[in-house]
Write a protein that binds this ligand. Structure first.
Ligand SMILES: Cc1cc2nc3c(=O)[nH]c(=O)nc-3n(C[C@H](O)[C@H](O)[C@H](O)COP(=O)(O)OP(=O)(O)OC[C@H]3O[C@@H](n4cnc5c(N)ncnc54)[C@H](O)[C@@H]3O)c2cc1C
Length: 341
């Protein structure tokens, strides 16, 4: 099947994603200044396939992993002063980066923002307040919570991203979403002011938040409940096993590609439309779970994008349902024509 081109639907991927219009003129002098002044890692022409769970995507002009909050603020100041656009990335487990790469800088929020500590919350003897850095991997958070018997965290089991990405996406499972346990976040605004916002002010709905691309989550406070560590461990193990049986976890993917429409399941509609197993290039609609698009080894971002559009058009034509991509689309995408499916 030939790749299908369209731009009408893709622009709505993951509200607020940036499609940078052109390559920025990142000069050698500017790179040297960044390397001198930023304490974290600074790289040029970094392949994004190394940093996304789909293992696709071209190069980021600049790749910066700030060492801590001060370093992040200084990085933003330097980029803003030089007019270089920036994009935030966590573990890239919900992101499709264009084969053309990303103009400007990718600011990576992970190792410089990894911390966890908990205290009694005060609201009830069983409630615990857990403060966690936005770069903390969800897997590390789950390990910490299990060790300390902090229940409520089970709703995040199996999610391979960071805490910042989870807040931005209001990530969750059939057991609930991060919104249910989120008390507040510290957000760094594009004007570099740090604000603390109550979770109710983040516009968290199903796999969506009102956090804009100019806002960076740097810390989250969660309300958890004292639980028997062994019971929690068993619940996490059982849920993980269920996911291993029902999801194609041995191949690179972006997790669920589409949000479930009200009252239905995206995978059911994709399956009923006869799309299970359909391939474009090296990308395939998973045989095991049709809401996953897997990279069979040599997929490009264009292959995946074309499958996304094929699914949207076919499902809309068959069932009148417009599936909303759950994934974020970043980078320099070609202007595309509307497809004819
Ligand atoms: C195998 C697999 C299974 C998955 N299962 C689930 C699941 O069960 N439930 C679920 O909800 N998701 C699931 N996902 C999707 C993904 O793991 C979640 O959406 C996760 O929360 C994304 O985190 P991340 O750090 O990888 O975000 P990224 O992909 O790096 O970024 C996603 C978006 O968030 C923004 N962002 C990232 N960090 C920050 C920050 N600190 N501040 C502001 N914005 C930020 C980015 O700019 C981007 O727009 C799955 C993915 C895979 C590959």
């Amino acid at each position: 099947m030939p790749p299908i081109k369209s731009s009408t639907i893709v622009s709505s991927y993951c509200h607020g994603s940036t499609d940078n219009p052109m390559r920025q003129n990142v000069t050698t002098e500017f790179v040297l200044r960044l390397k001198r002044e930023v304490r974290g890692e600074v790289k040029t022409l970094e392949p994004m396939s190394k940093h996304t769970s789909w293992r696709v995507g071209g190069e980021a002009e600049l790749w910066i992993s700030p060492a801590d909050l001060d370093d992040l603020v200084h990085t933003m100041a330097l980029l803003d002063e030089s007019g270089v656009p920036w994009t935030i990335l966590g573990k890239g487990s919900n992101t499709l980066v264009s084969d053309n790469g990303i103009s400007g800088a990718v600011i990576h929020i992970e190792s410089g923002f990894t911390w966890m500590h908990h205290t009694a919350a005060g609201s009830s003897p069983d409630t615990v307040s857990l403060v966690v850095g936005a770069g903390t991997p969800i897997a590390a958070l789950l390990r910490y919570a299990t060790q300390h018997g902090l229940g409520g965290i089970e709703r995040l089991v199996g999610i391979p991203g960071t805490v910042g990405g989870a807040v931005r996406m209001n990530a969750g499972t059939h057991l609930g979403e991060i919104k249910d346990i989120l008390v507040s976040v510290k957000l760094l605004r594009s004007n570099r002011t740090l604000v603390e916002i109550d979770a109710t002010g983040l516009g968290l709905t199903y796999r969506h938040s009102a956090i804009t691309p100019g806002e960076i989550v740097v810390e989250a406070t969660l309300a958890l409940t004292k639980t028997d560590p062994e019971q929690l461990r068993m619940l996490l193990r059982d849920t993980k096993e269920r996911r291993q049986k029902s999801q194609p976890l041995t191949l690179p993917s972006g997790g669920s590609t589409f949000a479930n429409p009200p009252g239905d399941k995206a995978w059911r509609l994709i399956d009923a439309a006869g799309l299970r197993g359909v391939r474009i290039g090296g990308a395939q609609i998973s045989e095991l779970h049709p809401n996953f698009i897997v990279n069979l080894g040599d997929a490009t971002a264009n292959d995946i994008d074309a499958l996304i559009q094929l699914v949207q058009k076919t499902v809309e034509k068959r069932f009148g349902v417009k599936l909303r991509p759950e994934i974020c689309r970043l980078g320099d995408w070609e202007p595309q024509e509307t497809g004819n499916i």
